[in-house]
Design a protein around this ligand. Structure first.
Ligand code: ZN
Length: 292
């Protein structure tokens, strides 16, 4: 089995020393989302397990309005929770377990619309740093954008919007952060939604990468933060605003840039270190690179 996993990892261009390291347990949560979680969850699981670094357990909460208390996920042995979820509030017992887990040194990864979730849950918003929609406003915290440095803009207004989907360029803002070390400074990301005007408490946030939100595609004209590392207690959060999907084509999530930053971000959230290498087929500053 180990050899099979290694072979799969190699076929994905991820042949590395990471394959010999401890396997990190990921708890992937789904069940509600305004995106097609039924196609993205198997993809995310395959990507994570294909690296040879992770094992993934999926927990699916009931659909909207369902009895959320029917499930109480265990965090026993889990190194990192990954949310592919945007919907009804998790039950109080699990919310408390989850906050304690991250605060005590566990990892959390928020993918795309997971940062829309739980606008009124203070600890969750501390973890993701900034989020969008679901009634977010200046009361949620500042807008963040990059203008030579990170600007915290407290101007009143809604939190979260996006223009037309397109391929766009990510620009690294923290080249020496373990997640970013060795990545090109600029790289093209496959067609995706470019989230803008996210707002939140934005405490203990490191902006890893931004993208220019072009008014020509109905953007803000600002360099919008899209990859974040956040400290929460003794724990670590990796927040990727990338990864929109409305169906099984999964264009944005097949981008090698999305895949690589997700893998490295998840490893960093779990352990505080990154051993997963930057693959040879990583996108360049002019070319999108994707895997089927
Ligand atoms: Zn989306």
């Amino acid at each position: 089995m180990k050899r099979l996993v290694a072979a799969l990892g190699c076929s994905l261009g991820l042949c590395s020393s990471a394959l010999n390291a401890e396997t990190l347990k990921v708890l992937l949560i789904d069940g509600q989302n305004n995106h097609d979680w039924r196609s993205s969850t198997p993809h995310l699981k395959k990507v994570l397990e294909g690296s040879g670094r992770f094992s993934v357990e999926v927990v699916t909460f009931p659909g909207k309005g369902g009895d959320m208390t029917s499930i109480h996920p265990s965090l026993e042995g889990v190194k990192v929770v990954l949310s592919n979820y945007n919907g009804d509030l998790w039950p109080e017992e699990f919310r408390s377990d989850f906050v304690n887990f991250v605060r005590a040194g566990g990892g959390f990864v928020s993918v795309h619309a997971a940062d829309n979730a739980f606008a009124k849950w203070p600890e969750y918003n501390e973890m993701i740093g900034v989020g969008g929609w679901e009634g977010r406003s200046e009361k949620s915290g500042p807008w963040l954008y990059w203008q030579d440095k990170i600007v915290r803009d407290v101007t009143p207004g809604p939190g979260g919007s996006h223009g037309a989907q397109h391929a766009f360029k990510l620009v690294t803002r923290e080249p020496h952060h373990p997640i970013m070390e060795g990545l090109p400074t600029e790289w093209m990301h496959a067609k995706d939604e470019l989230y803008d005007r996210l707002r939140g408490p934005a405490n203990n946030v490191t902006v890893l990468a931004t993208a220019y939100s072009d008014p020509a595609t109905r953007g803000t004209g600002k360099n919008e933060p899209l990859l974040f590392a956040i400290a929460f207690g003794s724990g670590r959060v990796f927040h990727t605003a990338l990864g929109h999907n409305n169906g099984p084509d999964l264009t944005s999530q097949k981008c090698v840039g999305f895949i690589t930053t997700l893998l490295r971000g998840t490893e960093w959230a779990a352990t505080g270190k990154v051993t997963i290498p930057v693959p040879a087929d990583f996108p360049t500053d002019t070319a999108v690179r994707s895997r089927e």
